[in-house]
Design a protein around this ligand. Structure first.
Ligand code: ATP
Ligand code: MG
Length: 339
């Protein structure tokens, strides 16, 4: 569905000079700096996948999405989406995709929501029965009813996002690009949007590429994630692989049947020991959870136990901060391919 090969996007910007001498020199000859927003990225996405595209601020996520949606022309590299080169065949191409940019609406600011949607029906030449069917479905799923007649400018952020999502899906696109669709929303509004994304992916097999800073979006929706930073792909694989390889230490909490003077077990560290409850910390590279549970239960009588995974949030933060993956090339493409 999406094939990206060695994609690059550079921006030339005029660097402002420091001090009066620099300013003077800048007047004569402005200094150009090149920002490598997307710097040699390759991946493929299969039909029906729902992929999270993650990275810190300025990583190059939106720039990638803009190239994929045909809004920006790549500096170099190859790009094919749904059989088209987005920027070259823009008109034909946009009929097959939908896009929502959390930062700005694609609807008409002064028009009531319903009028905006009807306008889109004409622009995309959506036949009346199909429009009615889709609109009825999305109106219910996204709970658009209360604000259908309000102008877009008067909507709350959550309402606007729901209207935008409906607008993006009315013409049955096979692909949906979402650039921070839950930005600035409260928990309830986020939940509604996530349910909608999951629904269209499952029921309509719409392929979805999603950027977000909210990792619970990713946890709830995406099996596969790509992580970029400084325009480069750091990781491409299953969310679980990411967690397994970079999740750091896990914890095993055990409730003992009786008190023991010592609770030491090989391969794990005792993090806390309060009465009958023991918390072990262990490294997945040293011992697996089931091995450790085996060892503990061979030595002590236990009533209950649970394994605590580190938060996905902490894992990803560690990757951004330490650039753990710097030394390893990212695995290319493939649905949920492990790295
Ligand atoms: N039109 C532009 N002109 C110059 N530089 C740009 C332009 N668009 C983006 N950049 C730069 O390219 C880099 C990547 O920007 P991009 O918007 O793709 O990041 P992002 O991953 O979407 O970040 P965020 O999470 O903040 O939305 C940044 O350094 C940004 O300043
Ligand atoms: Mg962005």
């Amino acid at each position: 569905m999406i094939t990206v090969n060695n994609l690059q996007k550079y921006f030339s910007i005029n660097q402002r000079q420091q001090g009066w001498f620099g300013a003077l020199r800048g007047l004569i000859k402005p200094t150009q700096t090149v920002v490598r927003a997307v710097d040699d990225i390759s991946f493929t996405v299969q039909r029906g996948e729902l992929v999270g595209y993650l990275g810190p601020n300025g990583a190059g996520k939106s720039t990638t999405i803009k190239m994929l949606t045909g809004l920006l022309v790549p500096s170099s590299g190859e790009l094919q989406v749904n059989g088209a080169v987005p920027w070259r065949e823009r008109e034909k191409y946009v009929a097959s995709i939908g896009a929502v940019f959390g930062q700005r609406t694609t609807l008409w600011w002064d028009l009531p929501v319903i009028e905006s949607l009807k306008l889109l029906q004409h622009i995309y030449r959506i036949p009346e029965p199909r429009f009615r069917r889709n609109f009825a479905e999305f109106r219910e799923l996204l709970e658009l009813e209360p604000f259908l007649n309000s102008p877009v400018r008067s909507l709350s952020l959550g309402q606007r996002m729901r209207a935008d999502l409906c607008a993006a899906m009315l013409h049955d696109p096979v692909l949906l690009f979402l650039d921070e669709p839950t930005i600035g929303l409260d928990v309830v509004a986020k939940q509604r949007i996530r349910q909608f994304i999951a629904h269209i992916n499952q029921e309509r097999s719409t392929t979805v590429l999603l950027t977000t800073h909210d990792l619970s979006d990713v946890e709830k929706l995406c099996k596969r994630v790509m992580i970029i930073d400084h325009g480069r792909l750091l990781f491409d694989g299953a969310l679980q692989t990411l967690q397994d390889r970079f999740g750091g230490k896990r914890e095993l909490v055990v409730d003992l049947a009786e008190a023991y003077p010592t609770v030491v077990v090989e391969g794990a560290e005792v993090l806390a020991h309060n009465g009958l409850r023991v918390t072990y910390q262990f490294d997945r590279k040293v011992v697996s959870a089931s091995e450790l549970i085996g060892r503990v239960s061979a030595q002590y009588r236990i009533v209950d136990l649970s394994v605590r995974e580190p938060e996905i949030e902490a894992t990803v933060r560690r990757i951004y901060e330490e650039r753990l993956l710097d030394r390893e090339p990212a695995t290319k493409g493939g649905r949920g391919s492990g790295a």
